[in-house]
Write a protein that binds this ligand. Structure first.
Ligand code: HEM
Length: 491
């Protein structure tokens, strides 16, 4: 009776969290999936991202083996307040621990090549002051091998957690900490420009349940976790190893002679994005008019008000009740309520980053296409003390983290084809006015700075010469393996 009752409780366990209800369902192997994929660790507001170099393969493997025992999986209760730990590797890291070229070739090409390539520089708009040659981390020849994610409920616990992991590294030896980024979630969960962040996340089938009216946001798990069906109804390409090298029989079988190294893993995009807070605020102060005060103008650029309330639902002023209501703040489409962008301009950040049902040829097809280009965002603001001409200044921005199983079709597509496209949705000479790769300084001389078009009656408002508010300071593409895969890599 006890066992049956427990089974019943488990099956019906429903937890109201963020915008969706989380239901523990069979299907997704939650105990093999790293927690960061499906959880934002909202209660663990303090985090370090530690970038590690392996001096030799033994150090890397031993460290992975020990760290495996600390990893937070998706099975652990979201309400707990203990620390969370996750681990990701670069292609260089996999090579360093001895993975052969033929196995590495089975990983996605973008991951193999890394973020710092001439081709990617153009795709991602990493030019001018964001040029890869000026990056602090992730340059082509930097030996970045692994990324350790540490999350805790307060700064003291975070520092203790860091010390614990640093002493593991010191004991093993042959491991170098190359960078450590500190990031935090403020009480309001606002990003440094002052807007609530982390609202619109895809709901993952088999894990989340949609609030009424938000079924359009349900996305197949294979878009975010390898080994499951994706939005094309197929299982995404995975990384493979020959049977013979999995001597401890740790990995699931793919075929008679291959094992699945990707299963329950995913690809992770990391970008350190510096935000020019003064430049942003001054711009809006200078361009405020009687029609648009600075706050309304900012909202038109973002597509949401600072509280998170979407302009589609609250076109005239902020409504914190909507912005803080998980059941309402993301339950909107564009075609019916705002086809011409009179509330939320086509060029605004959120409408570019996810145009939902607003693109041609029809709302149905637009939604189908848009939902094949979704990412789970796990970014947080960062804070760093910098020495500028002998003076200590705080540098702020966001550590942008995107989770997807197909970097090219998901993150890179959004960045290139929507965010940075000058002709997005019938516009011209425009880029994302908040995060776009607006030309600056020595970059592409003669090219105009970006324009923002705000549709309104009787004539639209056009703002020209918008400067670049966000610069890239570095980044990389990572593989976040399943737990069995991590044990295999450590073996
Ligand atoms: C410093 C840079 C950035 C800032 C300050 C920023 C800020 C925001 C804010 C305030 C929101 C609305 C709140 C929410 O839905 O969570 C948002 C949404 C979003 N952002 Fe960004 N963002 C930045 C960079 C990026 C980049 C580089 C991408 C992708 C290439 C991106 C993709 C998205 C997506 C997909 C959404 C959700 C849109 C939706 O589904 O409605 N963001 N961002």
């Amino acid at each position: 009776v006890v066992a049956a009752t427990l089974r019943l409780i488990r099956r019906n366990f429903v937890f109201v969290f963020n915008q969706g209800r989380i239901t523990m369902k069979e299907g997704l192997e939650l105990s093999d999936i790293q927690g960061l994929i499906l959880r934002g660790y909202g209660r663990k507001k303090f985090s370090y991202y530690v970038f590690i170099e392996f001096e030799h393969d033994r150090a890397g493997k031993e460290w992975l083996g020990e760290t495996c025992d600390h990893i937070t999986t998706c099975q652990k209760k979201p309400a707990d307040l203990e620390a969370s730990v996750n681990v990701a590797l670069t292609a260089k890291g996999l090579k360093k621990i001895g993975l052969s070229e033929s196995v590495l070739e089975t990983f996605a090409r973008e991951f193999q090549e890394g973020m710092d390539t001439d081709y990617r520089k153009r795709i991602l708009g990493d030019m001018g002051d964001s040029d890869q040659s000026k990056w602090e981390l992730g340059q082509r020849d930097e030996p970045l091998h692994a990324l350790l994610f540490l999350y805790a409920a307060d700064k003291k616990k975070l520092d203790e957690l860091y010390e614990q992991h640093r002493s593991i590294m010191e004991r093993i030896g042959g491991l170098i900490e190359r960078h450590r980024h500190y990031s935090y979630l403020s009480k309001s969960k606002n990003e440094p420009f002052g807007f609530r962040d982390g609202i619109a996340q895809p709901l993952v089938k088999g894990y989340n349940e949609a609030p009424p009216g938000q079924e359009f946001d349900m996305i197949a798990p294979g878009e975010f976790i390898l080994g499951y069906t994706n939005q094309y109804d197929v299982i995404p390409y995975t990384a493979k190893v020959p049977n013979a090298i999995d001597k401890q029989d740790l990995l699931p079988r793919l075929s008679s002679d291959e094992k699945d190294l990707g299963k329950n893993g995913t690809y992770l995009v990391y970008r350190k994005l510096l935000q020019d807070i003064d430049g942003f605020d001054n711009y809006f102060k200078q361009h405020a008019t009687s029609d648009y005060d600075a706050e309304k103008l900012k909202a038109k650029f973002m597509g949401r008000w600072p509280s998170g309330a979407p302009l589609v639902m609250c076109p005239e002023k902020d409504d914190p009740e909507v912005g803080t209501d998980p059941a309402r703040r993301n339950s909107f489409l564009y075609y019916k309520d705002d086809p011409d962008g009179f509330s939320c301009p086509q060029g605004s950040h959120i409408r570019r980053a996810n145009p939902r049902d607003s693109l041609l040829p029809s709302p149905k097809e637009s939604l189908l296409v848009a939902n094949r280009h979704r990412i789970i965002r796990r970014g947080r603001p960062y804070l760093e003390a910098k020495n500028q001409n002998g003076k200590q200044v705080d540098e702020v921005g966001i550590v942008f983290i995107a989770i997807n199983t197909n970097i090219k079709r998901q993150f890179e597509f959004i960045q290139q084809t929507w965010v940075n496209d000058q002709k997005f949705d019938g516009l011209y000479d425009t880029k994302d006015p908040v995060t776009g790769d607006v030309p600056s300084g020595d970059q592409l001389p003669g090219e105009p700075l970006t324009t923002m078009i705000i549709p309104q009656k009787p004539v639209r408002e056009v703002l020209r010469g918008i400067p670049r508010f966000v610069q890239v300071r570095g980044g990389g593409y990572f593989f976040l393996p399943g737990i069995k895969a991590l044990r295999f890599l450590a073996s």
